[in-house]
Design a protein around this ligand. Sequence first.
Ligand code: 2BA
Length: 107
Amino acid sequence: MKMITAIVNRKDAGEVCDALTECSFAFTKMATTGGFLNSGNVTLLIGTDDERVDEAVEIIRKHCAQRMEPMASVVNAGVPAFGYYKTEVLVGGATVFVTNVEKFEKM
Ligand code: 2BA
């Protein structure tokens, strides 16, 4: 068994979750925050059989788009910083980790 941890853009989360449910994947959805942008994203924990990992990853890939997200950067010209400028950073589609599950029990 594997645990897929997928961090997805919150704009894509609804579609990904609907598609996973339609294909009978069990998952847990958590509201999370990206450490760099400090903006909300969604982390899905998907426990599944080894044989279904590729199918789940393809569903995530299909429903997650890359997009530019705004960010504010401090203009640092020594001390103190004197302002901000707006820029953009490329985010996503999704960040996916697949890990082995040593034990799985429901009680
Ligand atoms: P954030 O940490 O808010 O990062 C948003 C986007 O900012 C990243 O998109 C990346 O393009 C950029 N970024 C992140 N850290 C950076 C840095 N130190 N310098 C320059 N640019 C940086 P993604 O790579 O698509 O990541 C989207 C979200 O996935 C992240 O949101 C974070 O919540 C999660 N994530 C990405 N890589 C991760 C990792 N290795 N471990 C845990 N979570 C990760």
